[in-house]
Design a protein around this ligand. Structure first.
Ligand code: ADP
Ligand code: MG
Length: 660
C-alpha cells in the first residue's frame, strides 16, 4: 500500500511525510513515537508556578478571540474547576471557539502561571479524564505536527495487515503479543501494562533481526580473499618520525593493527574507537598512506562538508605528493565531473568527501580501503554502499562514542576493535562545573574572562526534540541574553539544524577564523570540528542529555594546551552530572552511562544516535539485547532460518550485506 492510498492524505502532506523520511506505509507504521506523554489530572492543591497542569472544568464564559493576523490568534476564556476559576489562554485554535460553549466540560493541558492565575494551554480535550491518557509523541516538523502524524498512522493501521515475523517457538517462549496488536498498541496505547508488552515485542524483534544479521555477516566473512599489500613497516615508521608530535601508545598500536590487516589477505573490518580529540584522524591518514603505498586508492567519508573539507586540507598538508581530491555535494556539476574522471581513471589516489562518495555515478578504479569517520552518523546502508564500490576493500570505521567492551562485542560482534584510550600528552583535562540557572551571573563572569583572554565559547541551547519550533525559540532567547551581556565586546553567531548547509558552513568558518567569539548552537555543532581557540562550552539544561552526549559536546574544547572549561547548567539531576566533573575518560563515562540507564525504563524509547534502531535502545534494553543475541545465534546455527516458512525472515537478513 502506498501513502496516497491512505484516505484523506493529500500530496502536500505526503511531501511533508517524505521530508521526515516516511516514503511508504511501511515506513509510516514503523515511525514509532520517541516518547509517550502520560496525561493525568494534576493535584491543583500542590501545584507550583510554571508547572505543567492538566485540569478538568467547565467553560464559564464565551471565549474572546484576538486575531494578530490571518494565521496567528489568541483565545481566552474562564474555566471553573470547582475550587477556583482560572483564565485559560490558547494560541491559534480560534476554530475551537464554537465548541467551547458556556457549560461545556473540558480538560485543559498546559502551563500554570500562579501569579496571574492563568493557564497557557497547549491542548484542550472535550471531556474529563477518567483514566490517565497515554499519548504518543512523534518527531515532527514545522510543517506537520505530532498529533497529525498520530492521526495518519491510526488511519493507516486500520488498513494494513501486519504479519508476525518471529519464529513461533520464540514468540511462545516469551509469550509475546502478535506483531499487529503490538504495533497498534505502540501507536495508540490504552494503558501502561499493554504498552509495556507491546514495546517489549517490538524491541525484541528488532534486536533479534539485528543479531541474526550479525551472525550472517560473521558467517560470510570466513572467506579469505582480501587484498594483500607489500609495504615494509619501515616506511610507515619513517613517516611517523616526520610528524610534529609523538604518537601515543594506543595510536601506535592501532596503526600496527591496521598495518597487519592491510598486509594480510584477510579482509579488514575494523572499528577504531576513541574519545573526541584522542587522535583518530592521524591513524586514518596513516592507513590511507599504507594503502597508497600498496598501490590502491583509498576513500575517506566524513558525515559533513565541514569535516570532509577539514580532513582534505590536513591530508594534503601531510602528504603533498599524494594526488588527493575532495568530492562533496557542494561542487558545481563541472567540478564534480572532473573529479569523478580523476577517480575513475585512478589518477586520484586518495578521495575524501561526504556521502557524495557513494552516489551511483562515482566509479572507482581500484579501491582498496574505505574509511568512514564518525560512523554512527551514517545509516549503515550508506556505509555498505561505499564498501560495494571496490572488489573486497578493507574497511575501517571510526567512532568517537566509546562503548564498553562487552557492549561493543555484542553490537559490533562481526568487527575487530582498536581503542585509543589515552589522550595526546600536553592535553589538560577540561575543568567541568555544574551551575544552576540561579548562578547564571557567575557563569557570565566566567565567560567574560575567556573573552577577555581572546578565547572563544560555545553555548549549547536546551534541546527539546519534539518541537523544532521550541528549539528555535530557545536559540533566539539565548541569543538575546548573550547579546545583552556581551554584544558590545564581541561577535555572537547562531547555528541550528534549520539553516541551509551554506549558512552553517559560513558561520562555522567565521567561528574558526575567530570572527565570531560566541557560537550559540543546538547540538548540530559538527562532530569532529576542531577550533583549538575555543576554551569554554556552556550547556544549558544539561540534564536533558545523556552523559556520553555531554562528554562529546565537551570534547569541542580542550583541544590545545590552554586551560578549558565546561559549564553544565542544570536545575535537575545534578547528581548524575557529577561524574563529568570527576573524569574526562570517555570510556569510564560511557560505562557509567550504561550503568545508570541499564535495565532502565521500558517506556524509554531509542535514545542513542549510535545505531540505526527504530525502537530499541541499546542502553535501556540491554537485557533484551542479550536475550535476542542468544536466541538469534541458536536459531542461526540450527540452520532453521533456511526453512521455507522463514523465507520472509531470511530475506530481511540477507537484504543488505550490512547492518541497517
Ligand atoms: P578525533 O579522535 O576526535 O578525531 P583528532 O584526530 O581530530 O581527534 O585529533 C585532535 C587533535 O589532536 C588534532 O589537532 C591532532 O592533530 C592532534 N593530535 C593527534 N595525535 C596527537 C598526538 N599524538 N600528540 C599531539 N597531538 C595530537
Ligand atoms: Mg575525528
Amino acid at each position: 500500500m502506498q501513502l496516497q492510498d491512505i484516505k484523506g492524505l493529500g500530496l502536500t502532506t505526503i511531501k511533508y511525510l517524505n521530508e521526515l523520511g516516511i516514503n511508504n506505509t511501511n515506513d509510516l507504521i514503523n515511525y514509532y513515537p520517541f516518547r509517550y506523554e502520560i496525561i493525568e489530572n494534576t493535584d491543583v492543591k500542590t501545584i507550583k508556578d510554571q508547572d505543567k497542569i492538566v485540569v478538568g472544568g467547565i467553560v464559564e464564559n464565551i471565549p474572546s478571540v484576538f486575531h494578530f493576523n490571518r494565521k496567528l490568534n489568541k483565545m481566552t476564556f474562564h474555566l471553573n474547576i470547582g475550587s477556583l476559576i482560572i483564565t485559560v489562554t490558547i494560541f491559534n485554535r480560534a476554530f475551537l471557539k464554537s465548541k467551547l460553549k458556556i457549560g461545556t466540560t473540558i480538560t485543559v493541558i498546559g502551563k500554570y502561571d500562579q501569579k496571574h492565575n492563568t493557564i497557557t494551554a497547549n491542548d484542550i480535550k472535550f471531556a474529563l479524564l477518567e483514566k490517565p491518557l497515554i499519548e504518543p509523541v512523534y518527531h515532527s516538523s514545522f510543517k506537520i505536527s505530532s498529533t497529525k502524524i498520530s492521526k495518519i498512522i491510526k488511519t493507516a493501521l486500520n488498513k494494513i495487515d501486519i504479519p508476525n515475523i518471529l519464529p513461533e517457538s520464540i514468540k511462545n517462549k516469551y509469550n509475546f503479543l502478535n506483531k499487529e496488536t503490538a504495533v497498534k498498541i505502540a501507536h495508540d496505547p490504552q494503558n501502561k501494562e499493554s504498552l509495556k508488552k507491546a514495546l517489549e515485542l517490538l524491541k525484541y524483534e528488532e534486536l533479534f533481526i539485528y543479531m541474526l544479521k550479525i551472525n550472517n555477516l560473521k558467517n560470510a566473512k570466513k572467506i579469505d580473499n582480501g587484498i594483500t599489500r607489500n609495504v615494509p613497516y619501515e616506511k610507515i615508521e619513517n613517516f611517523i618520525k616526520t610528524l610534529p608530535f609523538k604518537l601515543t601508545k594506543d595510536q601506535l598500536t592501532a596503526v600496527k593493527d591496521i598495518y597487519n590487516d592491510l598486509t594480510q589477505n584477510k579482509t579488514m573490518n575494523r572499528l577504531l574507537q576513541g574519545d573526541v580529540g584522542s587522535g583518530k584522524t592521524i591513524v586514518s591518514f596513516i592507513s590511507l598512506y599504507i594503502n597508497y603505498l600498496g598501490g590502491y586508492e583509498g576513500a575517506l567519508m566524513a558525515p559533513t562538508e565541514i569535516l570532509a573539507f577539514q580532513h582534505f586540507q590536513n591530508f594534503k598538508k601531510l602528504f603533498p605528493n599524494i594526488n588527493t581530491v575532495l568530492l562533496t555535494g557542494k561542487l558545481t556539476a563541472k567540478e564534480k565531473k572532473e573529479i569523478k574522471k580523476l577517480i575513475e581513471s585512478g589518477e586520484a589516489k586518495v578521495i575524501i568527501g561526504t556521502h557524495a562518495l557513494i552516489s551511483e555515478d562515482v566509479t572507482y578504479h581500484n579501491l582498496g580501503l574505505v574509511i568512514t569517520d564518525e560512523q554512527h552518523r551514517f545509516g549503515v546502508a550508506q556505509r555498505g554502499n561505499l564498501k560495494n564500490k571496490g572488489k573486497t576493500p578493507d574497511i575501517l570505521y571510526m567512532s568517537a562514542t566509546p562503548i564498553p567492551r562487552t557492549y561493543a562485542l555484542t553490537l559490533y560482534g562481526d568487527m575487530d576493535i582498536s581503542s585509543i584510550r589515552t589522550m595526546p600528552s600536553g592535553r589538560k583535562p577540561v575543568k567541568t562545573y555544574i551551575k544552576t540557572n540561579q548562578q547564571i551571573k557567575e557563569v557570565l563572569y566566567m565567560m567574560l574572562d575567556q573573552i577577555k583572554a581572546h578565547h572563544q565559547i560555545y553555548v549549547i541551547a536546551p534541546l527539546i526534540e519534539e518541537s523544532e519550533k521550541i528549539d528555535l525559540e530557545n536559540i533566539y532567547k539565548l541569543e538575546e541574553k548573550m547579546t545583552k551581556a556581551f554584544g558590545k565586546i564581541c561577535h555572537i553567531g547562531i547555528l541550528h539544524g534549520k539553516m541551509k548547509d551554506e549558512e552553517k558552513e559560513d558561520i562555522m568558518n567565521k567561528f574558526k577564523q575567530n570572527k565570531i567569539q560566541i557560537l550559540i548552537s543546538t547540538t548540530v555543532i559538527e562532530v569532529g570540528v576542531d577550533v583549538p581557540n575555543a576554551t569554554m562550552i556552556v550547556i544549558f539544561d544539561s540534564f536533558r542529555f545523556g552523559l556520553s552526549a555531554l562528554h562529546q559536546l565537551r570534547g569541542r574544547v580542550g583541544r590545545n594546551d590552554l586551560a578549558s572549561y565546561c559549564i553544565l547548567i542544570s536545575d535537575k539531576e545534578t547528581k548524575r552530572l557529577e561524574i563529568l566533573t570527576k573524569t574526562n575518560d570517555g570510556f569510564k563515562i560511557s560505562e557509567e552511562d550504561f550503568k545508570l540507564r541499564g535495565g532502565g525504563d521500558i517506556f524509554g524509547l531509542k535514545q542513542s544516535g549510535d545505531m540505526n534502531f527504530k525502537i530499541a535502545d541499546i542502553k535501556n534494553d540491554y537485557d533484551l539485547l542479550l536475550k535476542a543475541k542468544e536466541d538469534a545465534t541458536r536459531f542461526f546455527e540450527s540452520g532453521e532460518y533456511n526453512l521455507e516458512k522463514y523465507s520472509y525472515l531470511k530475506k530481511q537478513i540477507e537484504k543488505s550485506s550490512n547492518l541497517d
